[in-house]
Design a protein around this ligand. Structure first.
Ligand SMILES: [Fe+2]
Length: 548
């Protein structure tokens, strides 16, 4: 059984392919089109399909469009209510509905040979739920979808028993924790439904001074749902334009909203636990990318395990929709094998690209050792290995690496990437060493979706990755699943005594993550990076970059 999943309606268009119950490929359109987020999340762009990623998924598996058993589209226009009934008064919904209704024809046009009758509409939050509950390693689990909006809801609470979803609650619009956070993102001068993680970072600089007022406006209702009243953020801190300087008031507002969000999420987790008694909570939806909240749900909530879909935003609904429809068609689906579901390249293909670029390169005995040497010398390394990641985080396949032992490297990394200086960078750590350095968050933590406390005695040793509040958003590296990355960090540890390297996504400001070898060479050519490690090859910058 071959099912292609498609996300197109709001943000982050993406495609995923499930064959005989197994996820074989998944990728975001932005990695192919080289346009960040694929498109703007506007009603008049709802028709745009992830054509390139969908075509690649099929090519990767050697499948022609006419051979597909189904296409799962992660939105069901029949479930939409009117703009008045949602309470959002979003006139764009008329266009979204029309474009979604026409998606089968659009898809048949984009994938010649596809029978439009094979397109299934999947409720947006069922697609999110499946991306968590059916992709997680624990087959039975409770599930929370924490989103901005779907057809008529912003959230779903339920459980998976033997692969079957039982929906227990759903919060109707206009109440939406995700939209509340988006509004704040906009108020603080950032790009809504894109820069929410910047608000989360800003929150760590503030105090939740306005929590009292917000507790009135945002609250769980005890039946699995919640209320979000309209908040006039300007009452707490004035609206900011793009790149305008933020003040203590802004940081305190961010901290207050963040804290209130966490409190309500812990209550929602408690409710779904009471209903299900499950040990594992799985989560998806854009709000589930809030790693500070995720840690609090694990630390204060009743669940033993919390598993978050690495592509928790809308991109992940392509995968979830495909898993859901595959199960509907009678397939027993398997958990996702990991996040490295995108494009990969053979050594020969990479070498041909290097030859085409007419650039000097070497093939060292061990690329892990060659990289560790440059990192130990405080160089910056672009690391391109294996298949690219599905979801917004670099997880050791398309990464920019640095030495974690120098405070100045935070500014240096943010300069390389042209990012705001208050943004933290994250550590990759050897799994077996992680408990000694990090606590509070879960270990293992392979997808960077939780924050951890950095042990007091380690804070001065890895200042680049220790955030102002003493936390770090770690990725643990398991020798079994990531042998090359593990070898590289081990080689770094032998030289420096540190079982940690700095890891941030391999891209420059405003661009999607590098995906193919040419992107890697373009990024390397334009950014002050000392070494490009691409497959078994390395390309060295002739003159070392300035060391801080
Ligand atoms: Fe969504």
């Amino acid at each position: 059984m071959k099912v292609l999943g498609i996300n197109a309606i709001y943000h982050d268009p993406a495609a995923a392919l499930v064959v005989d119950g197994r996820v074989v490929a998944a990728a975001e359109e932005e990695r192919f089109s080289r346009r960040k987020h694929g498109k703007r999340p506007l009603p008049w762009s709802a028709w745009e399909l992830p054509e390139l990623s969908a075509a690649w998924c099929l090519a990767e598996a050697g499948i022609r469009p006419e051979e597909l058993d189904a296409v799962a589209y992660s939105f069901d226009p029949a479930l939409m209510v009117t703009p008045e009934e949602t309470g959002l008064f979003d006139d764009g919904d008329v266009m979204r509905k029309r474009y979604a209704q026409m998606a089968p024809d659009f898809l048949a046009h984009a994938l010649p040979g596809l029978d439009p009758a094979k397109v299934h509409f999947v409720k947006h939050h069922v697609a999110h739920a499946a991306s968590a509950g059916k992709a997680a390693p624990q087959r039975d689990n409770a599930v929370l979808v924490l989103d901005g909006r779907g057809e008529a809801h912003s959230h779903l609470a339920g459980r998976y028993v033997d692969g079957q979803l039982e929906i227990l609650a759903g919060q109707a619009l206009p109440h939406s924790l995700g939209l509340m956070y988006e509004e704040l993102t906009d108020h603080l001068g950032f790009l809504r439904s894109s820069d929410e993680f910047k608000v989360m970072a800003m929150a760590s600089y503030g105090k939740p001074r306005f929590l009292g007022e917000l507790s009135e406006l945002v609250r769980a209702t005890g039946d699995g749902g919640f209320v979000t009243e309209k908040i006039d953020f300007a009452e707490f801190a004035p609206r900011l334009g793009k790149d305008e300087r933020w003040t203590e008031d802004h940081a305190d507002l961010a901290a207050s909203v963040q804290t209130r969000l966490e409190e309500v999420l812990v209550e929602l987790a408690r409710w779904v636990h009471e209903q299900t008694g499950e040990k594992t909570l799985t989560m998806a939806g854009g709000t589930a990318l809030n790693c500070v909240a995720n840690t609090r749900i694990l630390a204060e909530g009743p669940f033993e395990h919390v598993w978050v879909q690495p592509a928790a935003g809308d991109a992940g609904t392509a995968l979830g929709a495909a898993l859901h429809v595959a199960a509907e068609l009678g397939e027993r689906t398997e958990p996702m094998p990991g996040a490295a579901l995108g494009r990969g390249w053979s050594d020969d293909e990479i070498e041909r690209r290097l030859q085409t670029a007419a650039i000097d390169y070497e093939r060292p005995d061990d690329v892990a050792e060659a990289v560790a040497e440059v990192l130990a010398d405080n160089g910056i390394v672009a690391w391109f290995q294996g298949r690219s990641e599905y979801g917004p985080r670099a997880l050791g396949h398309r990464s920019l690496l640095a030495h974690p032992g120098f405070e100045a490297n935070l500014e240096r990394m943010n300069d390389v990437k042209g990012r705001e200086q208050f943004r933290p960078v994250a550590p990759m750590v050897l799994l077996e060493r992680a408990p000694e350095l990090f606590s509070r968050g879960p270990i293992p933590s392979p997808y960077m979706l939780f924050v951890h406390d950095v042990a007091e005695e380690w804070r001065d040793r890895i200042p680049t990755v220790t955030h102002v509040d003493g936390t770090a958003r770690i990725q643990t590296i398991d020798a079994g699943t990531e042998p090359l990355v593990h070898r590289m960090i081990s080689a770094f540890e032998r030289r420096t005594g540190l079982p940690v390297v700095v890891n941030t996504s391999l891209n420059t400001a405003g661009r999607p993550m590098v995906d193919d070898p040419r992107d890697a060479l373009e990024c390397f050519g334009s950014a002050p990076v000392d070494l490009l490690a691409i497959g078994p090859f390395v390309v060295r910058r002739p003159r070392p970059t300035p060391r801080p």
